[in-house]
Design a protein around this ligand. Structure first.
Ligand SMILES: NC(=O)c1ccc[n+]([C@@H]2O[C@H](COP(=O)([O-])OP(=O)(O)OC[C@H]3O[C@@H](n4cnc5c(N)ncnc54)[C@H](O)[C@@H]3O)[C@@H](O)[C@H]2O)c1
Length: 307
């Protein structure tokens, strides 16, 4: 199958491209290697074609015309909550207008399906945990709003043009290639500090929890979604909560470095807890997370050690 992976030079998109190629598909990566994102040219699989282009570029039509993808896995995004709060216009330009450019060209060139990287950020602070597909969405940042708008555009394009979709609402994805200098991604940020023997800043009391899902499990969900779960918006996590303090202790054991802790106040907008019930992804997509957090953290430490 011919597949365009937007954002395929980034953290998650590059693992998806790898998995598609491993499964025998032809992959074209479209990515503009945005300065503030996690995209790196060296992340792009050597067996993929690479197009260095912004998804907002009118020339995207030419790429779609040449490739004629059957499926588009859309992972290019302005992915920072903080940047979206400072610059909601930029966020909407990339995550909404850029996405509309992708969707319009997918329709024009006869694509069958779009797989969309949605986010737990579309839920905001839920009344109850775990979050599942019936949890009301109240996004609290422009990023969460633009990601949720993307889901609504998918529904419209399916109803209007018959373009099928699967939206995957990710929890906190972690693993090799995640930018250790980013603002989010506590596991890779901590690993970066542990390996360079720096102090570790823990915000709030460190008891805030997240649902950490390994990037290779996320890539597997994207592989299954090529031929399943049409018209679905599915939660992708592990149904487990892990605190920042637990992550710290585990990484201390794995790396063997007793990092000094710097305590800092809660960051504005930081949620207390997150956890995703993924029973629907299991039933509809046939997907369950396979990687235990400790194993995923060990693999990620190994990756950063070698890098
Ligand atoms: N990392 C997570 O925990 C998480 C959670 C939920 C959803 N997501 C979503 O998953 C997707 C991938 O996130 P990631 O963590 O791999 O981030 P990332 O920054 O590593 O990857 C995003 C990629 O998009 C590219 N990009 C940005 N703007 C672009 C533009 N205008 N045109 C073309 N390419 C552009 C970047 O260069 C980068 O390679 C994003 O859509 C993000 O919103 C991520």
């Amino acid at each position: 199958m011919r597949i365009i992976v937007t954002g395929g030079a980034g953290f998650i998109g590059s693992h998806i491209a790898d998995r598609y190629i491993e499964a025998g598909h032809d992959v074209v990566v479209v990515d503009n290697l945005w300065d503030h994102g996690g995209g790196r040219r060296e992340n792009v699989n050597p067996r993929a074609s690479f197009v260095h282009m912004d998804i907002r570029d009118p020339e995207l039509g030419r790429v779609f015309h040449d490739v004629k993808p059957e499926v588009v896995s859309h992972h290019a995004a302005q992915h920072s909550v903080a940047i979206s709060a400072r610059d909601p216009l930029l966020d909407a330009q990339v995550n909404m207008v850029g996405f509309l450019n992708v969707l319009s060209n997918a329709v024009k060139t006869g694509a069958r399906k779009v797989i969309y990287a949605s986010s737990g950020a579309t839920f905001g602070t839920p009344d109850q945990l775990p979050i599942d597909e019936s949890t009301p969405q109240h996004p609290e940042s422009p990023y969460g709003i633009s990601k949720m708008a993307g889901e609504h555009y998918l529904r419209f394009f399916k109803a209007q043009h018959g373009l099928d979709f699967t939206a995957l609402r990710y929890g906190n994805v972690y693993g090799p290639r995640q930018d250790p200098n980013g603002e989010a991604g506590v596991i890779s940020i901590f690993i970066g500090k542990f390996l360079s023997h720096d102090g570790i800043t823990i915000f709030w009391d460190g008891e805030q929890t997240r649902d950490y899902v390994y990037v290779k499990d996320v890539a597997e969900a994207n592989l299954l979604a090529l031929n399943a779960a049409g018209g679905e918006m599915l939660c992708i996590g592990t149904n487990k909560r892990t605190s920042v303090n637990q992550i710290f202790l585990s990484l201390k054991n794995i790396t063997g470095f007793d990092a000094p802790v710097i305590r800092a106040p809660q960051r504005p907008g930081d949620a207390r807890d997150a956890q995703f019930n993924c029973a629907r992804a299991r039933d509809i997509l046939g997907w369950t997370p396979q990687t235990k957090l400790l194993d995923g953290m060990r693999e990620t430490v190994e990756f950063f050690r070698k890098a």
